[in-house]
Design a protein around this ligand. Structure first.
Ligand code: NDP
Length: 336
């Protein structure tokens, strides 16, 4: 099959493309400029004509993906901003929301061969901040962040701005399917991962240039960027980037996945869990909070990932396994 991957130069997008190529797919990736294509061309040279790239300079423009979607059997839409530096919330919302809509519009107009569309959403579109432990499922929606951004605009929290962009983009995708039910020949799968960690294969010159989630990981685990007193209490849920990439492949392969929103999560963590794992493979990792007892950890945000196992047959890596591979990657880059 032929698969379009938007944002193929991103941390997740590039892993999605690599897993698809390894599974024998022909992949077309979109990037914003030729400069962003160079590294990938080199990386995927072994796949020869099975891989190609197209430049989509502005994903928010009407007709942006008209050429890109032609002759594709499936589309994986990963391109969307993920950072905590937005002033006006529209800096995130416009590319997230309109980017998603443009992809779907182009498929409707020019993607007659497309059978399945996968959108990379996030648990950002699922969760609500809690003061007591709670397990979220695919039934849950984070509309609170949309309200926050509407009320506070540029004064909303950075997390709120990002989460609103993901909620609005995902809702737009489901609304599009609903509205065009009679005229589309494809179905939608949405994947909702929490924090994504694991080795990086996209172009990264220095730790400072890492994508948001891995930047956070590197600085929290090896550079002491978190308050040591909070290493045993601060955390979230996570998934390995390679497991998430597998999920993207399985999402186009499993017929029954169609029409589903699927949480892709390995489990909860506290930062000290990563530090303890890192210290078993690299002595330079700072000790953090050695009084931390994982058995006593309380996780406010937990995610039920049973649907991913049932529908996709997904298997998840452990914190120890992922940490070993990240440390190996960082050592190879000379960062540790
Ligand atoms: P990256 O920053 O590594 O990649 C983001 C991708 O989106 C890049 O290809 C980037 O292209 C593209 N993009 C960003 N902003 C724009 C824009 N305004 N116009 C066009 N393209 C844009 O992040 P990730 O790989 O981590 O994120 C990929 C997806 O996964 C996103 O949808 C994100 O919300 C989601 N996600 C990520 C999680 C994580 O922990 N990493 C967790 C949950 C969901 P360019 O380089 O040109 O900016």
């Amino acid at each position: 099959g032929r698969v379009l991957v938007t944002g193929v130069n991103g941390y997740i997008g590039l892993w999605v493309a690599r897993v698809l190529l390894e599974r024998g797919y022909t992949v077309r990736g979109t990037v914003r400029s030729e400069a962003k294509a160079k590294h990938i061309r080199q990386l995927f040279k072994p796949f020869g004509e099975k891989f190609e790239m197209v430049i989509v300079p502005d994903i928010t423009k009407v007709g942006a993906f008209d050429e890109a979607v032609k002759d594709m059997d499936a589309v994986e839409h990963t391109a969307s901003p993920y950072h905590f530096k937005a002033g006006d919330p529209d800096e995130l919302i416009v590319p997230a929301l309109h980017g998603t809509t443009r992809v779907l519009e182009s498929i409707l107009a020019h993607g007659s061969s497309v059978k399945r569309v996968v959108v990379t959403s996030s648990v950002a579109a699922v969760l609500q901040v809690q003061s007591t432990p709670r397990v979220f499922t695919e039934e849950d929606w984070n509309d609170a962040s949309v309200v926050e951004v509407r009320e506070k605009g540029a004064g909303a929290s950075q997390a709120g701005k990002y989460r609103a962009s993901k909620t609005l983009a995902e809702r737009a995708a489901w609304d599009f399917v609903e509205k065009n039910r009679g005229s589309i020949g494809w179905d939608l799968v949405v994947l909702n991962p929490p924090m994504v960690f694991g080795p990086a294969i996209h172009e990264v010159g220095a730790p400072e240039a890492l994508n948001e989630s891995m930047h956070n990981w590197f600085h929290s685990v090896f550079r002491g960027s978190q308050d040591p007193k909070q290493l045993g209490t601060l955390g979230m849920a996570w998934v390995d980037v390679r497991d998430l990439a597998d999920a993207h492949a399985l999402a186009i392969e499993q017929e029954e996945a169609g029409g589903n929103r699927i949480i892709i999560a390995s489990g909860p963590y506290k930062w000290q869990d990563w530090i303890n794992a890192a210290r078993t493979v690299d002595a330079s990792a700072p000790p953090g909070d050695q009084s931390y007892d994982p058995a006593k950890a309380v996780h406010m945000l937990m995610f039920d990932a049973s649907k991913s196992v049932k529908l996709l047959g997904l298997k998840y890596r452990s914190i120890q396994e992922t940490t070993s591979d990240i440390v190996g990657d960082f050592k190879a880059r000379g960062w540790l």
